[in-house]
Design a binder for this molecule. Structure first.
Ligand code: ZN
Length: 314
């Protein structure tokens, strides 16, 4: 399928290149670091081969990175779009930077890498805390989504993995960390307060689509502990989108479609941690209907990001 729109495609900027955590072996990381820095011919060639017109960009640092990203987008306006990096250590500044990115730089939302580190290595702020309510209020008012991308757990939460370093990163710890963070947002009542908020999860929803009925069913029996108003599952279905990033398995995709509906699923590869070619070879040939393929690969993203240039995919 040509003309696909992809969201969770990573890059880095030379000024920030020593700040990428090593989630894979050193040899693989060298190649990933090289690819993260390339925003020119090689990446566009990979995109052409994989049939991707318009990957989203993720950045790991705030204003300077957003300005640099805006320049990259301006150089390839029909191929790239921006997600803002936000300084969430200061929620009011993050809200202001998001507004600047959306209204002045033409970005389509924000991408955040899990909790925000504060001070030492074992302190993190999750976004269900009330200090972030003004931030979420601005997100809802701007009408843009926030992509909740994984990171590894805080040092103090890593005990269950002791002796098993092979379970870190995309193998498993990312999934537990990110699905738990998403559940914190749901159970905090955030989506009752801001019912139009939209959060995007990668990797086909970090297992939540497969477990949501049980989570919702058991949470409803928690009595006085409950701070939310609706069945938890309804937040997943109404406030979340999921992408195919890094999860190229048709059975899993079909289960996600059955739980969430085709309107809530978007295409992504997770380049360069995953191969664009492998992702598109799988997606273009997966046993789903061509109508669903078009909606996941293109139409849903066009609806969610109305400011994508008209020329995309034509
Ligand atoms: Zn990713």
């Amino acid at each position: 399928m040509s003309g696909k729109i992809a969201l969770e495609e990573h890059f880095n900027l030379p000024d920030f290149s020593d700040e990428v955590p090593e989630y894979v072996s050193p040899e693989n990381m060298r190649e990933i670091n090289r690819r993260l820095l390339d925003l020119g011919a090689e990446r566009l060639g990979e995109m052409d081969a994989a049939g991707i017109d318009f990957p989203r960009q993720a950045v790991t640092r705030a204003q300077a990175a957003n300005d640099q990203l805006a320049k990259v987008v301006a150089a390839h306006p029909t191929r790239y779009g921006g997600f803002a990096a936000l300084p969430l250590q200061d929620p009011a500044a993050a809200a202001a930077e998001l507004e600047r990115c959306v209204t002045q730089l033409g970005f389509h939302g924000a991408l955040v890498n899990g909790f925000t580190s504060i001070g030492d290595a074992d302190t993190g702020w999750y976004y269900d805390h009330e200090r972030f309510l003004p931030f979420w209020e601005r997100v809802e008012a701007l009408g843009v989504p926030v992509y909740l991308h994984p990171r590894d757990p805080l040092a103090g939460n890593q005990g269950i993995y002791e002796g098993h370093p092979e379970l870190f990163g995309a193998v498993w710890t990312f999934t537990v960390e990110t699905s738990t963070h998403a559940l914190r947002l749901m159970t905090s009542g955030l989506f009752d307060r801001f019912p139009k908020l939209t959060v995007i999860l990668g990797h086909l929803g970090e297992t939540l689509p497969f477990n949501m009925w049980r989570i919702s069913h058991r949470a409803a029996a928690m009595g006085d502990l409950i701070k939310f108003e609706k069945p938890l599952r309804s937040y997943l279905l109404n406030n979340f989108y999921v992408t195919t990033s890094g999860n190229f398995h048709t059975q899993t995709l079909n289960a996600t479609l059955a739980e969430m509906g085709v309107d809530r699923v978007l295409y992504s590869s997770d380049y360069p941690y995953e191969s664009m070619r492998e992702a598109s070879d799988w997606f273009d040939n997966a046993a789903i209907s061509d109508n669903d393929r078009l909606r996941i690969g293109y139409t849903n993203a066009r609806c969610l990001f109305p400011n994508i240039p008209e020329k995309i995919g034509q």
